[in-house]
Design a protein around this ligand. Sequence first.
Ligand SMILES: Nc1ncnc2c1ncn2[C@@H]1O[C@H](COP(=O)(O)OP(=O)(O)OP(=O)(O)O)[C@@H](O)[C@H]1O
Ligand SMILES: [Mg+2]
Length: 297
Amino acid sequence: MTFTKTKQAPAETLKPERIPAADPPAALQPTGARNPLSEPSRPESSPPIAISFDSFNAFYGDYQAIDQINLQIPSKQVTGFIGPSGCGKTTLLRWINRMNDIVPTARSTGQLHLHDLDVLASSTDVVELRRRVGIVFQKPNPFPKSIYDNVAYGARLHLKLTRTELDALVEWSLRKAAVWSEVKDRLHKPALGLSGGQQQRVCIARTIATGPEVLLMDEPCSALDPISTSAIEDLIFELRQQFTIVIVTHNMQQASRVSDMTAFFYQGKVVEFGTTDQVFTCPTEKQTEDYVTGKFG
Ligand SMILES: Nc1ncnc2c1ncn2[C@@H]1O[C@H](COP(=O)(O)OP(=O)(O)OP(=O)(O)O)[C@@H](O)[C@H]1O
Ligand SMILES: [Mg+2]
């Protein structure tokens, strides 16, 4: 069995003239923060590396979950992490924005860089790192607040915007997350009153509203129906123009549809990393072939 990579048109096509342009004055922004309303253009040549793991190992106590990983994740592309349960996909993702800092037994060795930033250095500002690297989890986790306040939450912390600018940013983020039309008449109602798929898209809107460079998605569609899944895949396809995206998925069709690059993990190691077409249609490793064709996992 082989997979053909097909790209779909985004479900909700954004019309640039409808995106409110309201960059806050640079002087009002904290260092490094940028208003996501200003979209950089997609580079023509091969993309630079956004995230780099060099001889990276990760442990929980004595247990080694990640074993000597060298992996370069390209900027402004979608990289899929695939592999059987327990092979370390979530662990690796959580190191990128230092989520494992809250796990007392977790430690790592080796190097991990986000562009020039030494992610693991004790001097690294973790709050700023997490603004640059947003994460969306398998289970939607909206705050017990209104839809508007969920999306505005990070912007209120990191950007000093007027009410008009904040309104524009909330609308822009919800449009980007392909959920605006479903929530625009109930922005001040609780986010927890939405369906699971809508909650997940509101969580994505909340994540992109602070203008991250990297979007980490850990099985973002695993609890969603096919229509919501399709909306999120369209969204990923669109967002890759602006963000570096890493998505963990157990769905091989989804990985082949949305990812430019694919990394196959097994027992804490990267067995194979290449373009999605290559990994799915002519893998160099037998383990990869067995996994993508459903012989194990
Ligand atoms: N907090 C933790 N404490 C101890 N061990 C952990 C912890 N989190 C994960 N592990 C172990 O680390 C290994 C890798 O787990 P991880 O969650 O990264 O796998 P995964 O590839 O994301 O799996 P899945 O596809 O099931 O989500 C597993 O053996 C897991 O049991
Ligand atoms: Mg996982």
